[in-house]
Design a protein around this ligand. Structure first.
Ligand code: DX5
Ligand code: ZN
Length: 214
């Protein structure tokens, strides 16, 4: 399993310590959640923070934009050194154009779906995507409970990807722990995002390794 710890649950008064932990762990990437208080009912951090994180983080950056009109920020996300840019299907009217712009900017393009958005909405773009991020909580906050219906969505998405010869990876975000992670592995997920489960752990390096071994 690939693992992308979410910085949202880190100690913002000492990010350096938490990023050094990530660097020393078996995490495959670092997940960064940008919120605008409009698309989601919360505000997190923005580009200056991600730029500073990028200077000390040795892992690829997996940036998740929970903002309206995310296509406006493709250049800004690229300038932060992101490897993957996740935009919400619900936030983007011209999704095909935005996905192509992300790829032209040199990043991997990922589309995110809220829990109530059907996987079928991606049928006509799946072959162009590097990744699909399924939200397994309603986005905006860390520490929420996993929505079980996500497991069915993973199965449906796995079939859609196989049927279209797409290379898209399936990432899951929200309420991930060893228990839900094992269910997601069984359903066919490729990447697990985990925020509070990793950063609230007394032994985060071992916690990350536990998810890796799923
Ligand atoms: C939620 C964010 C998540 C969040 C997950 O809106 O997109 O990345 O950090 O937190 P946990 O793992 O605690 O559910
Ligand atoms: Zn996220």
């Amino acid at each position: 399993m690939l693992v992308s710890p979410s910085l949202l649950s880190a100690n913002f008064a000492n990010l350096q310590q938490d990023i050094e932990m990530i660097n020393n762990s078996s995490a495959d990437m670092l997940h960064l959640d940008i919120m605008d208080g409009v698309f989601v009912p919360n505000i997190s951090f923005g580009f200056p923070v991600i730029k500073s994180v990028q200077q000390i983080c040795t892992k690829p950056l997996d940036v998740h934009l929970m903002v309206v009109e995310p296509q406006k920020f493709i250049g800004a996300v690229r300038d932060c050194g992101a490897t993957i840019m996740n935009i919400h299907q619900e936030a983007c009217i011209h999704l095909d154009r935005a996905v192509n712009e992300i790829k032209r900017a040199g990043m991997k393009a990922a589309v995110t779906l809220n829990p109530s958005t059907p996987v079928a909405t991606l049928e006509d773009i799946i072959s162009e995507l590097d990744m699909v991020l399924l939200m397994s909580v309603n986005p905006g906050f860390g520490g929420q409970s996993f929505i079980e219906n996500t497991l069915k969505k993973v199965t449906r998405l796995r079939h859609m990807i196989a049927a279209s010869n797409s290379k898209a990876l399936i990432e899951i975000d929200g309420g991930v722990n060893l228990h839900t992670g094992a269910q997601l592995a069984e359903a066919g997920a490729d990447i697990l995002v985990a925020g509070s489960y990793v950063f609230n752990s007394k032994t985060p390096i071992q916690t990350i390794q536990g998810l890796k071994e799923l």
